[in-house]
Write a protein that binds this ligand. Structure first.
Ligand SMILES: [Mg+2]
Ligand SMILES: [Zn+2]
Length: 197
């Protein structure tokens, strides 16, 4: 898919372990815990004019741990909390399917579970984004791999599962940066943005 000339670079953020604590399956709003730097980091990306888009695997839906309505409610709650700090996520996209072989649904045909690029391609159409000039930030190698697959850049953060992930780096996926947290990732993106615009 070739992006139109007007398409913009964006920052794709993983949710659990990257913006908020990874609590396993987030199934109640009272378990949602922000990292203290998340609002400031997203506001900095907003000020640079970069669309900020959440892309998250939520297989807890397929597994029956929570509903799509709950995920939507969670994202409305996050939107309000970010707005209170002057920050904005432009859109949220989630894969409701389970990992192939892990539950009795049709996940093997799903193209949206990361590292599949389905969520990014949907966002690219909706928001006029050029994936190949974009960044993916997450706490798992599948997030970095998504960055590679879209021809953009992948950044691993050490929050959430990130520190453990760093110790078991796959042979075939290389991060453009490995940093402590989303604040450092945002700084890295802003430093490296000139090459993307
Ligand atoms: Mg994560
Ligand atoms: Zn999916």
């Amino acid at each position: 898919m070739k992006a139109p000339a007007s398409a913009r670079p964006a920052v794709f953020l993983d949710r659990d372990g990257t913006m908020i604590e990874d609590v396993g399956y987030l199934d109640r709003l009272d378990r949602l815990a922000w990292f203290p730097w998340t609002v400031d980091a997203i506001r900095a990306l907003n000020r640079a004019g970069l669309p900020v888009v959440v892309v998250t695997n939520q297989s807890g839906i397929a597994r029956g741990f929570f509903t799509e309505a709950f995920v939507d409610e969670t994202h409305r709650h996050m939107t309000a909390a970010l707005a209170a700090g002057g920050a904005r996520v432009d859109a949220y996209y989630y894969c409701p399917h389970s990992a192939p072989g892990s539950a009795p649904d049709d996940a093997r045909r799903c193209d949206c579970r990361k590292p599949g690029r389905g969520l990014v391609d949907r966002a690219a159409r909706d928001l006029n984004i050029d994936p190949a000039r974009s960044f993916v930030v997450g706490d798992k190698w599948l997030d970095v791999e998504l960055g590679v697959r879209i021809g953009g850049r992948g950044i691993l953060v050490r929050t959430g599962m990130g520190a453990a992930e760093e110790r078991r780096a796959p042979a075939d996926v290389k991060a453009d940066a490995i940093v402590d947290n989303l604040a450092a990732a945002a700084s890295w993106i802003l430093r490296n943005l000139s090459a993307a615009i």
